[in-house]
Design a protein around this ligand. Structure first.
Ligand SMILES: [Zn+2]
Length: 487
């Protein structure tokens, strides 16, 4: 079915079309009569969004806490759903019990991979502190209009929404101008030997694409209204560094000046109070320029002054102090996260260690930052050791191509003309690895979420408002259809 014919059908034969919908759609609340304001090239998604809710519930119940992940079970579940739609999915095995799953809607027999659109979401979730949850994190409890569960937002919500949009496209069967590929990845949260990096190395030809949609952005809901849509086009680079203090071990009854614990804690205190210099990237500059227009006058004024010669320095301080996210978007950040020292209460240990979780701006290097920290700490008993699990800096995705323009246009329109801002996330996603393979990847998590709900990701009582999920499925499907349906 092509786009023009679809519009004619909607105008002329809405009833006939309704009759062809599955039963669930017909019992769902009726849409307003007449031509919908913004007809989607793949029609009404409310019925499939309901189905996707049940997939999301099932996915939450499949415990994919990483480690160990066990994503293969989720991959098989997804392959089963796709099979029912007549879509053959491929299980891509990574390590025992851990697999990804990929499926493709073809545009032509010999499609151009550089044009293909990849829909990515990860199947694994972070662990839970079960005692701090008010519900079972793996029971998919529905309460007060919310669905609770680990992964409800990150990232099983996106996974179910991608699946819904992909299947909606298959059912509508429009002529496609490019291949559309569904991909569910493993090991996103640990970035270990079942991660997207390994997946790309082993199976790139199964999902090679020029464009991708993934998690990483946000649709911020405040006072019941979407404030803005942030589309992630770049991300900071995670690096762990161990701070090691060495001293003389001995009996605690005779303290020494070179106690490793004392030297370590002094170094960590200095590092914790250090603020790296501000470096602007194109995306961060654009983000603050556009955000300034919707923030209140006071902070908006400082956002506009961030890069000015006279007031820049003060503006950077005001904006950084106002929000830890903004602070981290402007500079390399360092968070001390772990301390280890000592074997007995009455023994001075010869060594003490701390972990620094560093998030570098994409253009910055850890060596340059450590050179600064070495000067700052100024202690020959302290050394730094870069851990091998560092992420890789990727070039940002373009803000000038048709896909970014489509996301901006459709998301803005569907969220009542909310501004759409480019975003450089402080957290890492699978998109960095894709960008390193020339994929124009964008983080577009389409669910309107409050700041309070966003904070629950990786925290306690993670949940998604069901109305937000349904809206998100609809907007995601519209963005995709707008880009892939041939006109
Ligand atoms: Zn995630």
């Amino acid at each position: 079915m092509n786009w023009n014919r679809m519009v004619q059908m909607m105008a002329g034969a809405a009833l006939a079309m309704a009759a062809s919908f599955p039963v669930a759609a017909q019992v769902a609340p009726a849409a307003a009569p007449g031509i919908p304001l913004n007809p989607s090239p793949i029609g009404d998604t409310s019925a499939i969004a309901k189905e996707a809710q049940s997939w999301l519930r099932d996915l939450i119940k499949i415990n994919t806490t990483n480690p160990p992940g066990n994503e293969q079970i989720a991959a098989m579940y997804i392959a089963g759903i796709l099979a029912k739609e007549g879509i053959k999915a491929e299980i891509l095995d990574l390590t025992p019990g851990r697999s990804a799953v990929a499926a493709r809607l073809r545009s032509t027999a010999m499609a151009d991979p550089s044009k293909a659109l990849l829909l990515v979401a990860h199947m694994d979730v972070v662990g839970v502190e079960k005692s701090k949850w008010t519900v079972d994190p793996f029971a998919a409890v529905e309460k007060d209009g919310y669905l609770y569960g680990r992964g409800a937002i990150d990232d099983k919500g996106m996974l179910a929404a991608n699946l819904a949009a992909f299947i909606a496209l298959k059912r509508a069967n429009p002529r496609l101008n490019r291949d559309v590929i569904f991909l569910a990845t493993a090991d996103e949260e640990q970035f270990g030997d079942a991660s997207v990096k390994i997946l790309i190395a082993k199976y790139w030809d199964k999902f090679a694409a020029g464009f991708a949609l993934n998690e990483g952005g946000e649709v911020l809901l405040k006072n019941g209204k979407v404030q803005y849509v942030a589309v992630q086009a770049s991300e900071k680079v995670p690096v762990n560094v161990t701070v090691i203090a060495r001293g003389t071990s001995g009996h605690a009854s005779m303290p020494t000046k070179d106690n490793a614990v004392v030297h370590l804690t002094a170094a960590v205190a200095k590092i914790g109070n250090y603020s790296a210099p501000v470096h602007f990237t194109t995306i961060v500059r654009r983000y603050f320029e556009q955000l300034a227009a919707i923030e209140d006058d006071e902070i908006g004024k400082w956002m506009r002054s961030l890069d000015t010669p006279d007031r820049g320095e003060h503006a950077q301080k005001v904006v950084s102090d106002a929000n830890p996210l903004w602070n981290s978007m402007l500079r390399d950040s360092i968070a001390p996260t772990m301390l280890t020292a000592g074997v007995r209460a009455n023994v001075i240990p010869g060594e003490a260690r701390a972990n620094l979780n560093i998030r570098l701006l994409p253009g910055d290097t850890v060596d340059a930052l450590l050179a600064e920290l070495t000067k700052l700490v100024n202690d020959p008993q302290i050394r730094f050791e870069i851990q091998p699990d560092a992420g890789l800096a990727a070039p940002p995705s373009s803000l000038e191509n048709d896909f970014y323009a489509t996301i901006t246009k459709v998301a803005g329109r569907e969220f009542s003309n909310a501004p759409v801002l480019p975003f450089q996330s402080t957290g890492a996603t699978d998109s960095a690895q894709l960008r390193l393979h020339n994929v124009q990847a964008y983080g577009f998590t389409p669910f309107p979420l409050t700041e309070e709900d966003l904070r629950r990701m990786h925290g306690d009582d993670e949940r998604i408002r069901l109305a937000s999920f349904i809206k998100g499925v609809d907007v995601l499907a519209r963005v995709i259809a707008e880009f892939v349906v041939a006109r």
